[in-house]
Design a protein around this ligand. Structure first.
Ligand code: GDP
Length: 369
């Protein structure tokens, strides 16, 4: 039988060429189905969703994603933008403001488990709201959660249950914010969903989104994660990404600095202290990230000599743009942001220049701690 077989879950044509694309089934399984003329077959994604309640990410290009967002404005929906608290400005979907329409929209800040233990939730939420507003987004509510540690998920789940009485719930976000981990955790905690997924014949997936049935007849819809060039994560290899991603709550490390000093955060971040008094900078990054202090006059040469070795990641095989800097003057105690890496707290009255590859993820906020 050489005809296409359709996945009975999502309707995609089964294929074994590209695991990232819809309808993927390993070659041996697809051939077996063809040989046995079996048409009762699920693609790998639907199979995993059905049997293990496990979401597999889907691939979608930006145009398709925009089309999907476009369709949201015409629907009645609750839109949930999942963001990475360690790469907030780059994981906030600025394009959402055109598509939210009259729908409610909330922000879910993930990876809260990494914030230092004494962080104030209210301060973090205030900062998120300000940043969102600056981009023309007005979230109705903000949640701080950890998908990995299952922190604060009950209140999010109960909100979703309340709000989805008359609408579907769409989860959107850029890649690597932890959206899949979060949805899997929600499925795990909402026993009802698990039941619905395992008992319904069709897991309710469609080609470009995964629809998870809610008890009230509406759906929780996982849209594909969108890739952006503004995330370090999209430029680093898996090993380096693992290295820079903090695993435990960030612990402060303090460095005494004078103007004319430079700090390197491995080979991915740099701070030049340009003007101010002798003072301490407090660094919040992954515990095993190498931090090096040197004189600013030597910094360029030091970087050229040691990048990819002492100052790694990035490793030589990462496609990384050269460091690009931006000046900031602190008008109050502030956090200098290095998206995806962490942040550095500096006192009021300092002039600094911060750098990352191509300036990705640089920013500043009023100190949270
Ligand atoms: P997605 O691309 O948005 O679906 O992201 P994933 O769910 O694949 O997660 C991306 C990375 O973030 C993985 O390394 C996860 O282990 C990690 N991650 C996800 N949620 C959390 C969390 O709550 N805390 C921490 N520390 N890491 C998380």
């Amino acid at each position: 039988m050489d005809e296409d077989i359709i996945c009975i879950g999502c309707g995609a044509v089964l294929q074994s060429d590209d695991p990232q694309k819809a309808g993927y089934l390993p070659k041996s399984a697809l051939e077996k189905a063809k040989n046995e003329e079996n048409t009762d077959v699920y693609c790998q994604r639907c199979f995993k969703l059905r049997h293990y309640n496990e979401i597999m990410p889907v691939d979608l290009n930006n145009d398709d994603f925009l089309a999907l967002l476009n369709s949201l404005a015409e629907k009645k929906a609750l839109i949930v933008n999942v963001v990475d608290l360690f790469d907030f400005s780059n994981s906030l979907l600025s394009s959402l403001k055109r598509f939210v329409g009259n729908n409610d929209f909330i922000l879910v800040g993930n990876k809260f488990d990494l914030f230092p233990k004494n962080s104030k939730q209210s301060k973090i939420k205030d900062w998120m709201r300000q940043e969102a507003n600056r981009m023309g987004l007005y979230p109705k509510d903000i949640f701080l959660v950890s998908a990995k540690k299952k922190l604060n998920l009950e209140s999010l789940i109960s909100y979703i249950n309340d709000q989805s009485q008359d609408k579907d719930v769409y989860f959107v976000g850029t890649t690597n914010v932890g959206k899949s981990t979060l949805i899997n955790a929600i499925i795990d905690m909402m026993g009802d969903i698990q039941n619905l997924i395992t008992t319904s014949r069709f897991p309710g997936t469609t080609l470009d989104q995964i629809e998870i049935p809610l008890e009230n007849g509406h759906f929780l819809i996982d849209t594909p994660g969108i890739m952006t060039d503004n995330q370090l994560a999209t430029h680093l290899n898996a090993k380096d990404l693992e290295l820079i991603s903090p695993k435990k709550p960030l612990k402060p490390a303090t460095y005494q600095l004078l103007p004319g000093n430079t700090l390197f955060l491995a080979g991915l971040g740099r701070i030049d202290y340009l003007k101010g008094e002798s003072t301490s900078f407090t660094i919040y990054v992954a515990r095993n990230m190498y931090v090096h202090r040197t004189k600013t006059t030597n910094a360029d040469a030091f970087y050229e000599k040691h990048k990819g070795e002492l100052l790694a990641p990035p490793s030589p095989d990462d496609q990384m743009a050269p460091l690009k800097g931006k000046e900031f003057k602190t008008e109050f105690k502030s956090d200098l942001l290095f998206g995806g890496i962490g942040f550095v707290t500096v006192p009021k009255g300092c002039l600094v220049k911060t750098y990352t590859p191509d300036g990705i993820g640089l920013g500043i906020r009023r100190a949270l701690i």
